[in-house]
Design a protein around this ligand. Structure first.
Ligand SMILES: [Fe+2]
Length: 333
């Protein structure tokens, strides 16, 4: 009360009675289904701008349903998640609004963001062939398609087809080769009786343990193993270098359709795409920075550079349903 009285006196003393402008705390609310250590970049953003970040973590499905149910009452300003297929689904459901930012367009290569500017890749990962360095001569490897060669019978580990990372890989193959050819390829994989394993890290462990000799996983899972144990006997083989390039995907973010802090949300995305924040992503999660101005992690650098499939990652969403149907048809569990 006393403080209020003093303030009132101060306002009156200041002259004409204008109500004082009260600013709500500057903030951005993020719904995040990305679990790969982005806190450092968030802290740097708050330090730089004074804008506080409020974070709600969850899995993609939960956060998607929550955003839908909350509608225009949602407190979320930003949706952050993994896989272009998930971002594509959120955009199609009307949960994300386009952002016209020349800075984001400059920072993020065109194939790693939505052509309609509703989401932007922040990190990139390759999903490629992994092999046991003691058992496999990499000269025997070439393409995803060639994993259907009988030579790999009983030697292949795959994640289930229901997992979005693999749906996105199949979706890209469908876009590249058509359904008939892709179906033939996946029939080849299935004929090789792959061991289905629920997790990329578990696949890498199975390859290292000799349960299988080759598999397909995202690159950062291997980088993490190698950072812990440089003698881990698995190496990446960048698939399809002589043809379409290796399949890449993103983690990324978009501004929600009903963001209350839209300007701050855009500022956050611009910061996360800047070389400074991109370096933090690359250093802590061992993914590839989406912005080529940041450096890759030393473990990743040792693998050398590779040709990416530069098809727009939105393909992962566009052909997701077709990929699921195809996997069902050929009995890829
Ligand atoms: Fe992952």
């Amino acid at each position: 009360m006393r403080l209020f009285a003093l303030l009132l006196i101060a306002v009156i003393a200041a002259g004409p009675l204008v109500p004082p402008v009260v600013h709500a705390a500057e903030e951005v609310v993020i719904y995040s289904a990305r679990h790969y250590g982005q806190e450092k970049a968030f802290d740097a953003f708050t330090k730089k701008t004074g804008i506080q970040i409020k974070l709600l973590n969850g899995d993609t499905g939960q956060l998607f349903e929550r955003l839908k149910a909350e509608g225009d009452k949602t407190p979320a300003d930003v949706l952050l998640t993994v896989d272009a297929g998930n971002l594509w689904n959120a955009a199609r459901a009307g949960l994300l609004a386009p952002v016209d930012s020349p800075e984001l367009q400059k920072s993020i290569p065109a194939h790693l963001r939505d052509p309609q500017n509703r989401w932007f890749g922040l990190t990139m990962r390759a999903r490629t062939i992994m092999y046991n360095t003691k058992k496999v001569n990499p000269a025997q490897l070439s393409t995803y398609e060639a994993l259907g060669d009988p030579r790999w019978k009983g030697r292949l580990c795959l994640r289930s087809s229901g997992y979005i990372y693999n749906q996105s890989l199949l979706a890209t193959m469908i876009k590249r080769h058509g359904e008939a050819k892709t179906e033939e390829v996946v029939r080849g994989w299935v004929a090789n009786q792959p061991v289905i394993i629920s997790g990329d890290t578990k696949i890498l462990e199975a390859i290292a343990a000799g349960q299988c000799d080759v598999g397909i996983t995202n690159t950062y899972y291997l980088a993490r193993q190698l950072a812990k144990d440089p003698s881990f006997p698995v190496a990446p083989f960048f698939a399809n270098q002589a043809t379409t390039g290796t399949h890449v995907n993103i983690s990324g973010a978009g501004v929600t359709a009903h963001a209350r802090n839209r300007a701050n949300a855009i500022k956050l995305l611009e910061f996360l795409a800047s070389p400074e924040a991109q370096q933090m992503f690359a250093d802590t999660s061992q993914e590839y920075p989406a912005n080529p101005k940041a450096e890759v992690h030393p473990v990743v650098k040792a693998w050398g550079s590779f040709k990416q499939d530069d098809i727009n990652v939105a393909t992962a969403g566009e052909f997701q349903a077709a990929a699921t149907r195809l996997a069902d048809r050929v009995g890829y569990k």
